[in-house]
Design a protein around this ligand. Structure first.
Ligand SMILES: *Cc1c(COP(=O)(O)O)cnc(C)c1O
Length: 375
């Protein structure tokens, strides 16, 4: 059947709702292969400190599980992720019904947003917060409400003040990316007590394993006290599995049930499920990742201080630095084969975010930075 002239569209984009048309695409870190092509040099000559990836690579236990899982690729994965969920239950003392698995924790954030948000509702997040929150809210047609930050950190008072009768969800990152700022357990607990019980609080703990134990929040213990709390974590950072995409959420069973209804049935593939379950048991790898990051952070911040470069103290595996002409410094670092992350899109045009790498990578970054700083 032919379209009549009357219903022919002049611009296909007009078929999408306005809230979809206004989405700005997420800007990922520049891939190594892309810069290698641009500079005409071998990828081995390039260091990437742009996406907070684990410089130690993949956990060896996860790697063995990956190799074993390849044999079964003709089969669909376990849509309920039984083995990984069991491993998470054993490790964290939660029930199976409290877990939602995702294709990265971004996917879990997506399930949370789609389960609870709709065009007439609002969701609150902080200025300088992880960019994915605003996107996930926008996909649903809900209205994102940005609360002003304070010294680059989440201002919990301002976030509470931004909650209205239309607010259905609040996103918090602890520590936040790209600022690295950490909310204390006491402040976070006080915040949760003040948030209305009909507002879902998503607490994103992607960098939890990098926080020294004494500074961590006992967020899983809070799940019983706050049924409106969702805690999200990931295998992308300390477990070194960013490329496989596995994340998870812990929540009240009723909340988890809704999130599980809106996620895609086979959202985590079989290799990822096997790698994550094995990686979870690799305490040695996570300990090494933590210690390397601690030492690397000391090396990085000492080097920055020596160069007279300001930075925001960070609880993550990255640090955001303040430089004159950040866009120019970024380009000059690229010319020296060093990829970092410009964060102008986070309302931080004078900053670059640098992931903590291996000792030699940090040293090379500091050297390249010295030569790239604007006069
Ligand atoms: C890296 C990161 C994540 C992890 O995303 P995945 O989808 O699990 O790779 C989540 N939240 C924040 C704040 C991050 O920086």
């Amino acid at each position: 059947m032919k379209n009549s002239a009357a219903n022919r569209v002049s611009d296909l984009r007009d078929l999408a709702p306005a809230y979809i048309r206004s989405i700005a695409p997420y800007q990922p870190g520049k891939p190594i292969a892309e810069l290698a092509r641009e500079l005409g040099i071998h990828p081995d000559k390039i260091i990437k400190l742009a996406s907070n990836e684990n410089p130690l690579g993949v956990s060896p236990l996860a790697m063995r599980a990956i190799e074993a899982a390849i044999a079964d690729l003709a089969r669909y994965p376990d849509g309920n992720g039984f083995e990984l969920k069991q491993a998470l239950c054993k490790r964290y003392g939660v029930d199976m019904a409290q877990i939602v698995l995702g294709n990265g924790s971004n996917d879990v954030l997506n399930s949370a947003a789609r389960a609870f948000l709709a065009p007439s509702l609002e969701a609150v997040y902080s200025q300088h917060a992880f960019a994915i929150y605003a996107l996930e809210i926008q996909y649903t047609g809900a209205t994102g409400v940005e609360a002003p930050a304070r010294e680059y950190a989440h201002d919990l008072k301002a976030m509470l003040a931004a909650i209205t009768p239309r607010t259905r969800m609040v996103f918090l990152a602890n520590p936040n990316n790209p600022t690295g700022t950490l909310i204390t357990a006491a402040d976070l607990h006080a915040f949760l007590r003040q948030v209305p019980s009909n507002v879902i609080v998503v607490l994103d703990e992607a960098y939890n394993e990098y926080i020294p134990e004494a500074l961590r929040s006992d967020s899983l213990a809070w799940l019983a006290e706050f049924p409106n709390l969702i805690v999200t974590r990931t295998f992308s950072k300390a477990y070194g599995l960013a490329g496989l995409r596995v994340g998870y959420a812990f929540a009240h069973p009723d909340v988890a049930d809704l999130m599980n209804r809106v996620r895609q049935p086979f959202n985590v593939n079989s290799i990822s499920l096997a790698a994550a379950a094995a990686g979870l048991e690799d305490h040695e790898f996570v300990r090494r990742s933590f210690e390397l990051n601690q030492a690397g952070m000391r090396q990085m911040t000492a080097g920055l201080t020596k160069l007279g470069v300001d930075y925001i103290p960070s609880a993550g595996n990255f640090v955001s630095i303040k430089v004159t002409d950040a866009a120019g410094v970024f380009q000059r670092l690229l010319q020296r084969g060093v990829i970092v992350r410009p964060i102008a899109a986070y309302q931080m045009p004078d900053f670059l975010r640098v992931s903590i790498g291996l000792e030699a990578e940090n040293a090379r970054f500091l050297d390249a930075l010295k030569q790239s700083l604007a006069a």
